[in-house]
Design a protein around this ligand. Structure first.
Ligand SMILES: Cc1cc2nc3c(=O)[nH]c(=O)nc-3n(C[C@H](O)[C@H](O)[C@H](O)COP(=O)(O)OP(=O)(O)OC[C@H]3O[C@@H](n4cnc5c(N)ncnc54)[C@H](O)[C@@H]3O)c2cc1C
Length: 374
């Protein structure tokens, strides 16, 4: 049996690391247990865009903003490079520009801007397709997701004395005892952040939470002619998906036009997200297929839809597709966050939207404050 901990966190993805940080910062002895040799789930497969604009208005938007601030702190301390800041949403159609303008009038639009066609071309020469305007949000960050989790884990171990048990699967949690593939771990409290495995631990309790799995296609591409992105990039398709925009009445006209003009993109859940890496390559996504068990295939026709949207914004397709991958995350149509309390000292936390990495650090802070009492 190992030494007793104040908190065990099951899952070494970003959500688990966020909980470990919040508990360690409040002086608790923490162990993170993950069945893999390193984080290999959604947290390393996402594009690395830490988003604020687009979260639902109100508490969710404020949580995203708080989480973004925590991300900035963590990135600086853990040695995670912020590749770029801000988000440019390219409005390809007047309906998209009108929706962006309506968003600007909300509280969430306070620090954002909308550039009309002429200004947009002058300010953002990278966008060579036909555009009606560019919406700019200064809030977003971009980190390299494929390495960020490992850096944060190493920093937690070094600077916060968090213990890590990798290649260790947790099979049951009862009271203060966690049964693992390497023996029993004792912890006064446990937080389960098992990502899209919501069936193994406390699966019977989560069965009613209407959870499924969302699968996304991603690619890393390179254009021959290098250019620097102003920040992350999205397009019309994102505006009708992101709740902060989609909840506005002006989204209806855009949704109707997209349904007529890009039905295949909508059928495959394609929205454009583009982020740049230090070597100038671009990480590009994403599709969304929601099923109990998504298939494992990266279908060329879906990649083509993503690349077509990329070409519509940048004027042409990239010459090189350097790598392709899929990722899955937990998804609920009802709630962005599912939190269950199977016992007074146990919490199960499932990020159930495609935005769990963005809000992770604020969610960690909230759960730990609630679990241990403020
Ligand atoms: C392609 C893609 C694009 C995305 N885009 C965005 C985006 O733009 N913005 C955003 O904010 N979010 C995005 N997301 C969602 C985001 O990545 C997830 O919400 C977030 O990373 C979830 O973190 P997690 O720690 O809960 O899960 P994961 O990163 O999946 O980690 C879960 C961990 O739990 C471990 N585990 C599970 N069960 C056990 C067990 N029984 N014992 C031990 N270990 C266990 C797994 O090994 C895994 O390491 C995207 C996701 C994908 C896949």
């Amino acid at each position: 049996m190992s030494e007793p901990f104040d908190l065990a966190v099951v899952g070494g993805g970003l959500l688990g690391l966020a909980h470990a940080l919040a508990a360690a910062r409040s002086g608790r002895r923490v162990v993170v247990i993950d069945r893999d040799a390193r984080a290999n789930g959604a947290s390393v497969r996402m594009p690395g865009v830490i988003g604020v604009t687009g979260h639902p208005a109100g508490a969710a938007w404020r949580r995203a903003m708080r989480s973004r601030d925590l991300w900035l702190e963590v990135a600086a301390q853990a040695g995670v490079r912020v590749e770029h800041e801000g988000l440019a949403i390219v409005a390809r159609r007047p309906e998209a520009a009108a929706l962006a303008e309506a968003f600007l009038a909300t509280d969430m639009g306070a620090d954002c801007a909308l550039y009309g066609e002429g200004d947009a071309h002058a300010l953002f020469p990278q966008f060579k397709g036909e555009i009606a305007g560019v919406f700019w949000s200064p809030h977003e960050l971009r980190v390299e997701a494929r390495t960020a989790s490992a850096r944060i884990a190493a920093w937690l171990a070094e600077a916060h004395d968090v213990a890590f048990q990798w290649e260790t699967a947790v099979s049951a949690i009862e009271g203060t005892r966690l049964a693992t593939s390497r023996g029993v771990v004792e912890a006064a409290a446990t937080v389960v952040c098992a990502g899209d495995d919501f069936r193994s631990l406390f699966g019977e309790r989560l069965a009613g939470a209407n959870l499924a799995r969302a699968k996304s296609h991603m690619m890393r591409v390179r254009y021959d002619e290098g250019f620097e992105l102003p920040g992350a990039v999205a397009s019309d398709l994102s505006l009708i998906r992101l709740p902060g925009f989609a909840e506005l009445a002006e989204s209806e006209a855009l949704a109707a036009r997209l349904a007529a003009e890009q039905p295949e993109h909508l059928a495959q859940g394609v929205t454009l997200v583009v982020a740049q890496s230090a070597d100038d390559s671009l990480v590009v996504g994403a599709s969304r297929q929601i099923e109990a068990t998504p298939d494992p295939y990266q279908i060329q026709a879906i990649d083509d839809l993503i690349l077509d949207e990329l070409a519509a914004v940048f004027g042409k397709r990239p010459k090189h597709v350097l790598s392709r991958w899929t990722g899955t995350y937990a998804y609920s149509a009802d709630r962005a966050l599912v939190i269950d309390a199977p016992a007074p000292n146990i919490r199960v936390v499932v990020a159930a939207s495609g935005a769990g990495a963005s809000s992770a650090f604020a969610v960690g802070e909230e759960t730990i404050a609630e679990l241990f009492g403020r």
